[in-house]
Design a protein around this ligand. Structure first.
Ligand code: PAF
Length: 280
C-alpha cells in the first residue's frame, strides 16, 4: 500500500471537502518529515480519533533562525511515505515552499507571552514561523483535530494559544513524548549524534528526572536546577542553554513547586541542540 502525496492546496481541499461532505472527521499531524516513532505515534493517535488522517511534511523555512540548520535538516520523503503507509494514513500533504509562501506573501502570526522565554529567547523568530505555518496548515487542511507531541512542550502551548486567540475551529490534541529505551526523547536530530554522543545523550533526561525527584523531596528549586545543569555538562554536553522550572501552561518562572510545573531543558551535544521536558 502506498499513500497518496499531494503538493497543491487546491487538490488537498477537493479531497477534504469530499470527506466532510460524507460526514467524516479529519485529523492532521503537522511534521517536517524525517519521521520517527514519535511522529508515527501521533499518526496512530489521529487514526484512532478521526475518520481521515492527513500528515503534512513541510520543512518550514520561516521557523529556522539559523540557515545552516535549515540546510542540514534531513529530507527523507520516500522513507517517510513508506512509514506512513504502515500506519494507514489517508494522504500526505507535502507542498513546495512556493505553494505555502507564494511571491508577495506578507502575513505573519506572532503569539506573544508564551513564545518569549526558553526556545523563543534562544531562537529569535522561531515561534513566529511556527505559528504562521501552523495557522496556514490548519486553513489548508480544514482539519477538525490536530496532533502535536509534548516533546515540543512550548510549541504545544503556543499552538493552543494561537487556536484560542484566533477562534480557529480545530481541536489540539497533545500526545506524550516517545522515548528510546534509555530515556532519550525521540527527535529527528538524534540521527546527527556521533556514536559517543548517542551514549551521552540520555544524560539530559536522566538529570532532569533526578532534579524533579529532588524538588519533590523538598530540595530548593534553584539548587536542584543548578546541580542538574552542572551534571548535564559533566556528562559530556557542550552547553546547557536552559534547564528551568516553569508553570505548565503559561511557562512563567517558578521558584517553588506550588502548582502544575514543567521542567524544560535545551542542551548541545556534538553541535546538535537537544530539547526535552517532563512534568514535575
Ligand atoms: O514540530 C514540528 O515539526 C514543526 O514545528 C511543525 C509543527 C510541523 C511546524 O512546522
Amino acid at each position: 500500500m502506498t499513500v497518496v502525496i499531494l503538493r497543491r492546496v487546491a487538490d488537498l481541499r477537493t479531497m477534504v471537502r469530499g470527506w466532510k461532505a460524507a460526514g467524516q472527521t479529519v485529523g492532521v499531524v503537522p511534521t517536517m518529515g524525517a519521521l520517527h516513532e514519535g511522529h508515527l505515534s501521533l499518526a496512530r493517535a489521529a487514526k484512532a480519533g478521526c475518520d481521515r488522517v492527513i500528515v503534512t511534511i513541510f520543512v518550514n523555512p520561516k521557523q529556522f533562525n539559523n540557515p545552516a540548520d535549515l540546510e542540514k535538516y534531513p529530507r527523507t520523503e520516500d522513507r517517510d511515505a513508506a512509514l506512513l503507509a504502515t500506519v494507514g494514513v489517508d494522504v500526505i500533504f507535502a507542498p513546495l515552499p512556493d505553494e505555502v509562501y507564494p511571491p508577495g506573501f506578507a502575513t505573519g502570526v506572532s503569539v506573544s507571552g508564551v513564545s518569549a522565554p526558553l526556545e523563543g529567547a534562544h531562537r529569535p523568530g522561531h515561534f513566529d514561523g511556527v505559528a504562521t505555518v501552523v495557522a496556514k496548515l490548519f486553513g489548508m487542511t480544514m482539519a477538525d483535530r490536530a496532533y502535536f507531541g509534548e516533546k515540543d512542550w512550548q510549541q504545544l502551548q503556543v499552538v493552543q494559544r494561537l487556536v484560542a486567540d484566533l477562534n480557529l475551529p480545530v481541536q489540539i490534541v497533545g500526545c506524550g513524548t516517545v522515548r528510546e529505551a534509555d530515556g532519550l526523547a525521540m527527535s529527528s536530530r538524534n540521527a546527527r549524534l556521533s556514536e559517543s554522543g548517542r551514549k551521552i545523550a540520555p544524560g539530559l533526561h536522566r538529570e532532569m528526572q533526578r532534579a524533579a525527584e529532588a524538588m519533590r523531596a523538598g530540595v530548593p528549586v534553584a539548587a536542584a536546577l543548578e546541580e542538574a545543569a552542572a551534571a548535564v555538562q559533566a556528562a559530556g554536553f557542550e552547553a546547557v542553554d536552559y534547564l528551568d522550572l516553569r508553570s505548565a501552561d503559561l511557562l512563567e518562572p517558578m521558584t517553588a513547586l506550588n502548582g502544575p510545573a514543567r521542567l524544560l531543558a535545551a542542551a548541545t551535544l556534538d553541535g546538535v541542540r537537544l530539547i526535552d521536558n517532563i512534568a514535575v
